[in-house]
Design a protein around this ligand. Structure first.
Ligand code: GTP
Ligand code: MG
Length: 195
């Protein structure tokens, strides 16, 4: 998709109702600090419309970015951030769960995993949960620029095996620095939203 117009249109907090939108949605899930907001900026060709931070726990709301008045990219809060209270964690977890469960326009869920690390118990749970909700998660292996080229294949295999993905699951390595992987993700999204 050629990006002509992007806008942060809806911000959904713990107490807000999940909006009934008219446009197809694609959502981005993953642990805190994995690079969800950075990926969304990269996909929108914007530097900082989606707020990012080296401190985990930056995105605490569900943010709907309207792309060309055609679709939404949905930035979800991260899970697994140790420093927030149990109560807070529960609230965010519920919010993500509720969104995946309620949205009528959600066409696909991308699950982001740091390419350097073996998926955590939370990552596995999230993967299973997305599958349980009836979606085929698409895996984005983030921070590709942090590993050597010679390590890519091995790392992708580690992520696949760690999540125990279903055969045929797509896994796309991505770097927010070099934007490697961006075109492949857009190609897939175009297909998913019927562009
Ligand atoms: P929460 O909102 O806390 O859930 O985090 P998030 O998943 O939205 O992560 P965010 O995009 O804020 O990125 C976290 C940190 O990782 C920031 O310092 C980013 O600059 C950095 N980062 C994200 N993607 C990449 C990448 O591909 N390569 C490198 N080198 N750094 C990245
Ligand atoms: Mg974020």
């Amino acid at each position: 998709m050629v990006i002509k117009n992007v806008e942060l249109e809806i911000v959904c907090g713990v107490t807000s109702k999940i909006p009934d939108t008219e446009l197809p949605e694609v959502a981005f899930a993953g642990k805190s600090n994995v690079g969800k907001s950075s990926l969304i900026n990269g996909l929108m060709n914007r530097k900082s419309l989606a707020r990012t931070s080296s401190q985990p726990g930056k995105t605490q709301t569900i943010n709907f970015y309207n792309i060309n008045k055609f679709m939404y990219l949905v930035d979800l809060p991260g899970y697994g951030y140790a420093k927030v209270s149990e109560n807070e964690k529960k609230k965010w977890g519920k919010m993500i769960e509720n969104y995946l469960h309620t949205s009528k326009q959600l066409k696909a869920v991308f699950l982001l995993i740091d390419i350097r690390h073996e998926p955590s118990a939370n990552d596995k749970m999230m993967y299973e949960w997305i599958v349980y909700q009836g979606y085929d998660p698409i895996i984005v292996a983030t921070k590709l620029d942090k590993i050597k080229r010679s390590q890519i294949q091995k790392s992708v295999k580690m992520v696949k095996e760690g999540l125990n993905v279903k055969p045929g699951t797509k896994i796309i390595p991505y770097s927010a620095l070099t934007k490697q992987g961006r075109d492949e993700i857009w190609e897939l999204m175009d297909e998913l939203v019927g562009y």
